[in-house]
Design a protein. Structure first.
Length: 201
């Protein structure tokens, strides 16, 4: 099984593909040795970023998504890295300017479909927040060309409550059904509830 180790710093991302000789932690809690592949570095050129969401394909293709901010402009970015790729192309910006990422406290969620469709969700600032903190809408954008371009985002949460809809996760079933879960504070409770949505198309 291939694993990935990430180290995120202010202006870049370092990662290794890992071939574990055994589990990372043994039964007694001892650290077992790992065999690291070549170190790879993505230079964000001064952009502050979240950590990445990552998916590793069966052919060792690496798919990444992250949120970033530069010159007070916040966005969602996507990058596909082939296993033998030595240099990286420029990341694709997923979001239109009117739907920035709400914060850098959490990465966008990422899933890859059976035909290499790319699905990315992220919270965007609520348009009626009027300064109220931790308020957002949850958006989903899809790519049908392997991540070269992304369709305009759609809203996932079905309410208009001026509250938080965030800390999301997304997965794609074998028949192409998209499942999204997130923390939702619309009920006004002390602790938010977990909501889920199923998208058929």
């Amino acid at each position: 099984m291939k694993r990935i180790i990430f180290y995120t710093f202010v202006c870049g991302l370092t990662f290794w593909l890992v071939n574990p000789i055994g589990p990372v932690l043994g039964i007694e809690g001892e650290i077992l040795p790992l065999r690291l592949g070549p170190k790879r570095v993505i230079d964000h050129k001064g952009m502050q970023t979240t950590g990445p969401s990552a998916q590793l394909g069966p052919d060792r293709t690496l798919y990444l998504a992250w949120g970033g901010e530069q010159k007070e402009v916040q966005g969602v970015y996507y990058l596909k890295i082939d296993p033998n790729q030595e240099t990286f192309s420029s990341p694709i910006k997923v979001n239109p300017p009117t739907y920035p990422v709400a914060s850098l406290h959490e990465p966008p969620a990422l899933a890859i479909g059976q035909q290499e469709e790319v699905y990315i969700t992220w919270p965007t600032p609520h348009p009626n927040a009027n300064g109220k903190p931790f308020t957002s809408l949850l958006l989903l954008s899809r790519s049908t060309d392997g991540g070269q371009t992304f369709l305009p985002p759609i809203r996932v949460n079905d309410d208009d409550a001026v509250t938080g809809h965030s800390f999301d996760h997304i997965t794609v079933g074998p028949q192409g059904t998209v499942h999204v879960t997130w923390l939702d504070a619309r009920e006004g409770k002390k602790d938010p509830s977990t909501y889920t949505a199923r998208l058929l198309d």
